[in-house]
Design a protein. Structure first.
Length: 258
């Protein structure tokens, strides 16, 4: 009888959750994460200058969550003095990146649930010798559930196509709010990252691709959540400008390949 293949080696993972006045949505999501993620995960919430009252709400939320029985570690929150944007919050949370095998970030709204976070992580662990980056993707395929209003889907696809053309990234969904990457891959590009807001995801992927990092997309279940901070009509054009600036930077001054 043939021996079973060895189980994939678990990788330590630092998962950053950018927070901006989001206590209502983060509370059930954080409980879910602590209840389902394994001990290989450390959760780092970064408050992006939310203000005094949201900060108090966050501290209460974390104190309640810390009393919950959990395997994943909940690290002390970090606080930025003023609102700077998602990219700045994620980079602040990654300051100790070399202590972990994998780094990641996920939106605080819970649109990608803990089960899907773990499923993508397990895929990464099983393919760790073949990939450097795995990004969640909202693609409707057999077996996957995408709960999204048609209007948001259509606007999102137009915007995603524009981003793909500007960035030249061969990915379907660069903006889904959950991504994992190897810490050694981040080390090559972290000093080059400068996008503070919602173009951060695209800039990160462009810089990683330019080093030769292998990027895989992974279809996940995704449920649209009310209260999004991103408004395509308001934020879309400034973000596209940021993507174009980042693309010019990478083309004119590419990082060294691995």
């Amino acid at each position: 009888m043939d021996a079973l293949p060895p189980a994939p080696t678990s990788l330590t993972c630092l998962l950053v959750i950018p927070f901006y006045q989001d206590a209502g949505r983060l509370k059930p999501f954080l409980r879910e994460l602590l209840g389902e993620l394994p001990a290989s995960f450390s959760l780092q919430i970064v408050d992006d200058g939310s203000g005094a009252e949201p900060r108090r709400q966050l501290e209460e939320l974390i104190a309640d969550a810390a009393a919950q029985s959990a395997r994943a570690a909940l690290l002390p929150p970090r606080h930025l003095p003023v609102n700077q944007g998602k990219g700045a919050a994620v980079r602040a949370g990654w300051d100790n990146y070399a202590a972990y095998d994998l780094l990641g970030f996920v939106d605080a709204d819970g649109a990608v649930c803990a089960r899907e976070i773990l499923r993508l992580y397990d895929y990464f662990c099983a393919h760790q010798d073949a990939v450097d980056v795995v990004i969640a993707s909202r693609v409707k395929i057999l077996g996957r559930h995408i709960d999204r209003r048609l209007s948001r889907h259509l606007i999102g696809r137009v915007f995603a196509t524009a981003v793909s053309l500007a960035s030249r990234l061969p990915v379907y969904d660069s903006q889904c709010g959950y991504k994992l990457l190897k810490s050694r891959a981040l080390g090559q590009v972290l000093p080059r990252l400068c996008s503070n807001r919602f173009a951060f995801d695209v800039e990160l992927l462009m810089e990683l691709a330019a080093t030769g990092a292998v990027i895989h997309e992974f279809p996940v279940d995704w449920v649209d959540q009310p209260g999004s901070k991103v408004k395509v009509w308001r934020d879309g054009f400034p973000m596209l400008l940021d993507v174009c600036r980042a693309a010019r930077k990478v083309r004119r001054n590419p990082p060294q390949e691995t």
